[in-house]
Design a protein. Structure first.
Length: 393
């Protein structure tokens, strides 16, 4: 057997022994997703057992180095693990903005002490992070942000507000873009980390079309952010006033993460899923489902190609924008088709049968996919300028 085949066999055996059957069921509600953090509560013993097993093995962040809480897997091994988890429908043991966004930025820009400190916390799910980027008036034009940090001796005093901060009311810490030089647009922003329990931080939930409130307005009133949390652990990632570089790098990872929704259920076609859910499907709709499946397969192939290019260092740096655009538009289409196939029953909002209108709420939630992390229009602008090199873009 090749090394990779041996690894696959070992992975299968490990999953068989450690992934409880309950953790192989589809996610049904928000509580089925474990986000970690200071106030986290496990929904069940199975959820805890699966999480603990993955932490011990480094499988909450399989590709991160072992000293930072990962398993140190090579890209090909990480791919095998993903495939084997998909094969048994294993749930992700930990959902985390620390894993998807802050971690990659720290791996690239952090000091050694920052990496040892924060990455291990993230891998063990100890701290829940939120992202303080958008402000009223600074969304697509993020670089115009106004939240200001005034330097005062050994700390910054931060004033301003953020908006659409996902799970700010549940987060322990924030990675936050703060203007620290008003005279310099791009080189006047610092990427700061601070505790959401700091005096002067407050949050106010915003109600969404889906009926839930996953995000907040976040206010900073004279928040004191220490310049250092210890030897080699400054409050900022990267240099002071050079946070825009960190912010852009992180956005690439965020867009990759959001684009993943486009992959959907890779173990079955949408037709097969719908047949299971709603029975016989209208023949006209069937043609649309087939077209969707072709596009979903093309999207998956594009993703595989991208990952292979990343492995050999040949990926176009703007490629995550293309993945984000294609993946989120595809995901919106998937849910439109699910609703069309379900008919008026799919719009039902309250019953136990639909677990409180989960299909309709999921459909409405996808509308935000092509806005969060940068809108589709902005993605198309980047693609035309940086990938297609169109004149006038
Ligand atoms: C579900 C969800 C979760 C989010 N979570 C977070 C979070 O955790 N933290 C955070 O900081 N932010 C978060 N956001 C905010 C998100 O990043 C912004 O909504 C997004 O960047 C767009 O900014 P905006 O809402 O200010 O819209 P605007 O920038 O005002 O855009 C309005 C419209 O104008 C279009 N537009 C703007 N500029 C251009 C242009 N140059 N060319 C063509 N069209 C343009 C846009 O495409 C859009 O249709 C979240 C958003 C959503 C929907």
């Amino acid at each position: 057997m090749s090394d990779l085949e041996t690894f696959r066999a070992e992975t299968r055996a490990w999953l068989e022994a450690n992934c409880p059957s309950e953790m192989r069921e589809p996610v049904r509600d928000e509580e089925d997703v474990y986000w970690g953090g200071r106030n986290a509560v496990f929904k069940s013993d199975a959820q805890k057992a699966w999480f603990d097993a993955c932490v011990a093995k480094g499988y909450t962040v399989p590709a991160w180095p072992k000293e930072y809480g990962g398993a140190g897997l090579a890209p090909a091994e990480a791919k095998v693990l993903r495939e084997e988890m998909t094969r048994i429908n294993a749930r992700s043991p930990l959902s985390s903005f620390g894993i998807w966004m802050l971690g990659p930025a720290l791996l690239h820009f952090g000091t050694e002490q920052q990496k040892l400190h924060y990455l291990n916390q993230i891998a063990r799910g100890e701290i829940r992070w939120c992202q303080g980027y958008s402000e009223p008036g600074s969304g697509s034009d993020l670089v115009s942000l106004q939240t200001f940090g005034e330097e005062q001796g050994d700390h910054w005093v931060v004033n301003g507000s953020k908006i659409w901060t996902s799970y700010a009311d549940k987060a322990d810490w924030i990675f936050c873009l703060v203007r620290t030089d008003k005279a310099n647009k791009y080189q006047g922003i610092t990427f700061m980390l601070f505790d959401m329990a700091s005096p002067g931080v407050s949050t106010k939930p915003i109600l969404l079309i889906s009926g839930s409130s996953p995000f907040c307005e976040t206010f900073f009133d004279d928040v004191k952010v220490p310049k250092s949390y210890g030897e080699g652990i400054p409050a900022q990632v990267g240099e002071v006033n050079r946070g825009w570089d960190v912010a852009k790098y992180l956005l690439g990872h965020e867009r990759e993460m959001i684009s993943g929704a486009g992959g959907g259920d890779r173990t079955a076609t949408i037709g097969a899923v719908l047949k299971r859910l709603v029975g016989e499907i209208d023949p006209v709709l069937r043609a649309e489902l087939a077209m969707f499946d072709v596009d979903a397969l093309a999207y998956t192939a594009m993703g595989e190609k991208f990952l292979d290019e990343v492995k050999v260092g040949k990926a176009h740096p703007a490629q995550p924008n293309m993945m984000k655009y294609a993946g989120t538009e595809l995901n919106k289409r998937r849910h439109e088709l699910m609703m069309a196939a379900g008919g008026s029953r799919a719009l039902e909002w309250d019953s136990a049968e639909t677990r409180g209108g989960q299909p309709a709420r999921n459909w409405l939630r996808t509308k935000g996919n092509s806005i969060e992390g940068g809108t589709s229009e902005v993605m198309l602008n980047v693609i035309s300028k940086r990938i297609l090199d169109l004149p006038g873009a």
